[in-house]
Design a protein around this ligand. Structure first.
Ligand SMILES: Cc1cc2nc3c(=O)[nH]c(=O)nc-3n(C[C@H](O)[C@H](O)[C@H](O)COP(=O)(O)O)c2cc1C
Length: 371
């Protein structure tokens, strides 16, 4: 596969569709139910326009930043996506290597087909661990301990999945992990297999293993079992953003799980400002959902995000061309973002501000005051 032909990350979706078995592609691409939120995650970016500044010297543009005190080369990180060996034999290991080469964070899913230790062994790189809280808290404590020992730098606890959203293609396909693969982190615990059921096998697995009683007190509990910073993933409201600060979260990820959980929640780019305003700079706010362009990244940062995560484009790049595909996805986003910053007249991330964008019918403050 000549990656050179691919000029933007959206093109990887069709290429991945050609390569993957239907069951795998449908699993990666689906949203919940009517997929209204799935469309919104993309469309809502179109409601935001730039107010670029001109005649700024952009001969040097620095897009590097820090996340939880760690230096990364760009505010674009890799979201956790489960079961990546269905996309490519090297799965999460290829993704981890590509993220490390790009100088950014790779988040490993609890439900990965590569283990925490295998990902750590891919070499240097900043790894976060996405945590699903199992009913059996010994399993949770073990997982968190393993991530800490393996040098992972943060735990992103997924808070929007007490049950799995209804993904109709997975139900129709009777989705199940192919028999040659396992949920590697649970192999030794006898939870590595997913049974074929009359439904989505993943929905049944989640329903039997994941703790529906997960609540705010558990975020405090997690802090007692690890020194790692805890990010809460799945925040969409000001109310919950404030609670995250109260319970001691190190940061929040504004996310609707790639529109795979509750349908008819807003696009994440539409929910972002409410969360940023509520948090008042006390902890960093990240977002994911529908980010496909460098301009999307610039819009998210203008609304106050400290960085963004990408999900599906990484998986599609992986399916198309393994590690090289993921590298190219990250490179394309990096190049587009740097170009967008230059054209908007920003030379470093701290210069990106709310005044660089307009949403909907909003008028700029300046033009209103002159009316
Ligand atoms: C195939 C797939 C698997 C995912 N697996 C997980 C997971 O295991 N844990 C989790 O917290 N989020 C998971 N997510 C959600 C992503 O972390 C992220 O929130 C979402 O993909 C971002 O939206 P985007 O795909 O439009 O970039 C998954 C998303 C996809 C598409």
């Amino acid at each position: 596969m000549a990656t050179i032909e691919v000029v933007n990350v959206c093109e990887y979706e069709a290429l991945a569709k050609e390569k993957l078995p239907k069951m795998a592609f449908d699993y990666y691409s689906s949203g919940a139910e009517d997929q209204w939120t799935l469309q919104q995650n993309r469309n809502a970016f179109q409601n935001i326009r730039f107010r670029p500044r001109i005649l700024v010297d952009v001969s040097n543009v620095d897009i590097s930043t820090t996340v939880l005190g760690l230096k990364i080369s760009m505010p674009i990180m890799v979201a956790p996506a489960a079961m990546q060996k269905m996309a490519h034999p090297e799965g999460e290991l290829a993704t981890a290597r590509a993220a490390a080469a790009a100088g950014t964070v790779m988040t490993l899913s609890s439900l990965a087909t590569s283990s925490i230790e295998e990902v750590a062994a891919t070499g240097p790189g900043i790894h976060f661990f996405q945590l699903y809280v199992f009913k059996d808290r010994n399993i949770v404590a073990q997982l968190v301990h393993r991530a800490e020992c393996a040098g992972f730098k943060a735990i992103a606890v997924t808070a929007d999945t007490p049950r799995l959203g209804r993904r109709e293609a997975d139900i129709k396909n009777r989705f199940v992990l192919p028999p040659h693969l396992t949920l590697k982190n649970f192999e030794g615990l006898d939870l590595g297999k997913m049974e074929k059921t009359n439904d989505s096998g993943l929905a049944s697995y989640i329903s039997s293993q994941i703790d529906r009683s997960l609540s705010w007190k558990d975020i405090r509990w997690l802090q007692t079992i690890t020194k790692l910073p805890i990010l809460v993933k799945g925040v969409l409201t000001a109310e919950d953003a404030k609670l995250c600060v109260e319970v001691g979260a190190a940061g929040v990820i504004v996310s609707n799980h790639g529109a795979r959980q509750l349908d008819f929640v807003p696009a994440t780019i539409s929910a972002l400002e409410e969360v940023v305003t509520a948090i008042q700079g006390r902890i960093p706010v990240f977002m994911d959902g529908g980010v496909r362009r460098g301009t999307d990244v610039l819009k998210a940062l203008a609304l106050g995000a400290a960085g963004i995560f990408v999900g599906r484009p990484v998986v599609y790049g992986l399916a198309t061309d393994g590690e090289a595909g993921v590298r190219n996805v990250l490179q394309l986003l990096r190049d587009e973002f740097e170009l967008a910053m230059s054209l908007a007249g920003c030379t470093k991330l701290s210069e990106i501000s709310r005044s660089h964008i307009q949403i909907g019918n909003e008028k700029s403050k300046l033009s209103i005051s002159r009316l």
